[in-house]
Design a protein. Structure first.
Lengths: 155, 648
């Protein structure tokens, strides 16, 4: 991957401080961190890949599988929680057969539960590929998911 | 604006405004008034664009406004502003005509823009969706339009940090400077010594706004007095406490205020490198801060040898890769050094040995934003706000079942009753108040009987509660305490870094215990019942062990929700344990569903939808739910068109 080499050139400073920013940049570009890029980063910084992997798995931000075509983010902050976001999460998991951080088998949907989006006045909130849906209830959630399913079927 | 006029403007701001502070000529004052938008020459339309406004569709609103203006060839200025504090009133739109007072409207979604602007441009202020007008002695007031500062939401507050949030264009450094910004910083680096600034802040009694409430000035002094070739200042913007968003509002609504605070703090401790450690999720804030740092650098406010004082400052934004624990000082430092965000034993405190073993001061966004105000207006002014030993204001993020959700800034020492019932307008749908949860996952539940308690660091500590970051979740009778506690414990368990055993194992066990009392056991035999009870009996002692033996604040405060709700709502726990009943009907796993024989038409839709195949029957005859198979998902209840499914 040439992009990665370019990206690594931006970090000539070969110490551990740059590790997290590099991983963040890779994830921004590719959407996830592949085994290959993880190994390259570790050899670039002269760190064992086990250390890099250990660090990456510690933080919530990094994912190791590509996100689905429609990436569903659901807020489970306190405000959303007391307005039954848990029910929505269960519903998504059930209808799409995916868990938190997973991707559906056809690669269309992936799910990420966030700790707080910060739109507590509009809770519960979900976001699909950056498009926000506020004050979602179970019925509305079904409509939204069906909308994306239809969109996919039509293609 | 083209490059030439930008550089001319920046030169004007640098040479004339920031350096030369004695006496402005008439032209200069006029120009400053225009820059600060005190005086506008053409209509100005501001649309809020904080994250909560975005979620409510502010982007579409803004584009509709721009389209409306270009379609009708109206010459007007548009800008985006931050969050004014009214969460459920977003998106907000304000209009200011030359010479006239600014009026603000709420809940303006894109489809409402055209009728609203039609009215407004015909000099008619519609009453629908109108919030009010801003008082300004130099503007002509609109007749029969209420004043914003007379609304209970605003009149009850003392807005120091949020004063300009939602009113100014956060991206415009000229607006900030024209309103008096950065002058304090320039004065400080030219005329004051490090020691003087530390003294003022220490004397003002400003305490860290993120939890422990340690005196900020004292912390600075330790770092200042520790000899070292390199010192660091870190702004902690890792606001990962669910339900708290005051830091984000400042960063999105008035980023320069924070940057000025950082700059003064860095000067006071002698640091020439400052980091802003910010959550990755705050993409909007990151962008605003980046732009603001860039424009401040272009004016020469940051960089090398600032205003000829010999002081250098570099502000670097580092995105936190998402871990609640990184709000803890030593964990944050580890994360900045490219390690796992795990806390370390203190002492040594970061003020003597922090980032790369150099003296490091870590303050959060709200604390640092207070600094420009304290330094410019003096320690005594700051002390006059709040109570003895708890000076200044605190921003609370109120959400949940209150009528208004948003940000409220009040002097320390204000009672919860004032905040919830006077300022936030009481309860949503006039339901009964049950309790308020203050301080997020490390916070405590405060019941109705303690509503009159003054909110100060000391008062809260004396009753075992904590201020935390100031997230306030209002609960009504439809909320279940056990579920709430379970949610927080689940959060703490997921966010525990795993370094020390009391926290790693304790949060897990507590989570399991709370889980076991909020669900029906699949097979009820004497052994499982005994196991379940053993857990329940140990909940309290486990909480105490965690509190006494955990390494860092996360583990020590994780049992707080459990301890406080057991103290005030014990009967609710007992109801869950003994009766297997959740009165608020939140713990869905405890629900028992049944079909009313009289109202069921036998349409069979519930049976078809039931994921557990727990509903049996023949079409056109009443159906029946088999209790043993039912998982309590409630789908039948939702799909029934005849309201024939009930639960108890």
């Amino acid at each position: 991957m040439e992009n990665l080499q370019d990206l690594l050139k931006k970090y000539p400073n070969l110490n551990r401080d740059s590790l997290i920013p590099i991983l963040q940049d890779i994830q921004d570009q590719e959407g996830y961190i592949s085994e290959d890029s993880l190994n390259k980063v570790s050899s670039h910084l002269g760190l064992p890949s086990s250390k890099v992997y250990g660090l990456a798995t510690f933080y919530n931000q990094f994912r190791f599988s590509p996100p689905g075509k429609y990436h569903i983010q659901i807020c489970n902050g306190t405000s959303c929680h007391i307005k039954s976001s848990e029910m929505l999460i269960r519903e998504i998991k059930k209808t799409l057969q995916i868990g938190d951080g997973e991707i559906s088998r056809d690669g269309i949907f992936s799910l990420e539960v966030l700790s707080c989006i910060g739109a507590c006045g509009q809770s519960p909130v979900i976001s699909i590929n950056g498009e926000y849906y506020e004050k979602v209830n179970n019925l509305r959630l079904k409509e939204i998911i069906n909308f994306y399913k239809d969109l996919e079927d039509r293609k | 604006m083209n490059d030439e006029s930008t550089s001319e403007l920046y030169a004007f701001l640098r040479e004339a405004v920031l350096v030369e502070t004695v006496g402005y000529t008439r032209e200069m004052s006029l120009r400053l008034e225009e820059l600060s938008r005190e005086r506008v020459t053409k209509p100005l339309i501001l649309v809020s664009s904080g994250t909560s406004a975005m979620v409510a569709g502010a982007n579409k609103t803004f584009h509709t406004v721009v389209e409306y203006l270009s379609d009708r060839n109206i010459s007007a200025e548009t800008a985006r502003c931050g969050f004014i504090g009214l969460g459920n009133f977003e998106p907000m739109l304000s209009v200011q005509f030359p010479g006239k007072a600014r009026v603000i409207f709420h809940n303006i979604r894109s489809e409402k823009v055209t009728p609203l602007l039609d009215d407004v441009f015909h000099n008619n202020i519609p009453e629908e969706f109108l919030l009010g007008q801003f008082r300004n002695p130099r503007h002509e007031m609109w007749p029969s339009v209420p004043f914003v500062d007379e609304l209970p939401f605003f009149s009850g507050q003392k807005r120091l940090l949020l004063k300009d949030c939602g009113l100014i264009d956060p991206q415009s450094i000229s607006e900030y400077i024209a309103r008096g910004g950065y002058r304090t910083f320039v004065r400080v680096i030219r005329n004051h010594t490090y020691q003087e600034i530390c003294d003022v802040v220490e004397k003002s009694g400003l305490r860290g706004r993120s939890g422990s409430g340690y005196n900020t000035g004292s912390k600075w002094k330790i770092a200042y007095q520790t000899p070292s070739d390199q010192k660091y200042l870190i702004c902690n913007a890792e606001e990962s406490d669910p339900g708290a968003f005051m830091d984000r509002a400042i960063m999105e609504g008035n980023p320069h205020l924070l940057l000025e605070g950082i700059a003064i703090a860095a000067y006071a401790i002698g640091a020439n490198k400052a980091f802003i450690y910010i959550r990755t999720e705050y993409a909007e804030s990151i962008q605003r801060l980046e732009e603001s740092i860039f424009s401040a650098r272009s004016i020469g406010i940051f960089g090398d040898d600032i205003f000829g004082s010999g002081f250098n400052l570099d502000i670097i934004i580092r995105k936190g890769p998402g871990a609640f624990i990184c709000g803890e000082e030593t964990a944050l430092i580890n994360s900045l050094e490219g390690k796992r965000g795990m806390p370390q034993t203190k002492p040594p405190y970061p003020a003597t040995s922090g980032l790369h073993k150099k003296p490091t001061v870590i303050n959060n966004v709200e604390t640092l934003s207070n600094i420009p105000l304290i330094v410019s207006k003096g320690a005594d002014w700051f002390k006059s706000i709040g109570t003895e030993g708890n000076s200044g204001t605190k921003i609370f993020a109120i959400s949940g079942k209150s009528a208004i959700t948003g940000l409220i800034e009040v002097p320390l020492g204000t009672s919860l009753r004032t905040i919830i019932f006077n300022i936030a307008g009481g309860m949503e749908e006039n339901k009964d108040f049950k309790a308020v949860h203050l301080g997020g996952p490390s916070g405590c539940v405060i019941p109705a009987s303690e509503l009159d308690k003054a909110l100060t660091f000391d008062e809260l500590k004396s009753t075992g509660a904590v201020m935390g970051s100031g997230g306030m979740i209002v609960l009504d009778d439809d909320s279940c305490m056990v579920d709430m506690v379970k949610y927080f414990m689940d959060f703490s368990q997921k966010q525990s870094c795993g370094k020390c055993i009391p926290c790693r194992e304790g949060t897990r066990r507590m989570s399991e215990i709370l889980d076991s009392i909020t669900r029906k056991p699949l097979d009820e035999n004497s052994h499982t019942t005994l196991e379940r009870f053993k857990g329940v009996m140990q909940l309290e002692s486990l909480a105490n062990v965690m509190r006494d033996t955990s390494l860092c604040g996360l583990g020590r405060s994780a049992p707080n929700p459990v301890i406080s709700s057991l103290k005030h709502f014990r009967e609710e726990f007992e109801e869950h344990i003994f009766d297997r009943n959740c009165q608020a009907n939140i713990c869905t796993d405890l629900r028992t569903y049944y079909i009313g024989i009289d109202s069921c038409t036998g349409c069979s839709i519930c049976a078809k939808k039931c994921p557990a195949d727990a509903i049996i029957g023949t079409p056109r005859h009443p159906y029946f739910i088999v209790d043993e198979k039912c998982t309590g998902c409630g789908l039948c209840y939702e799909v029934c068109k005849f309201s024939a499914v009930f639960y108890r």
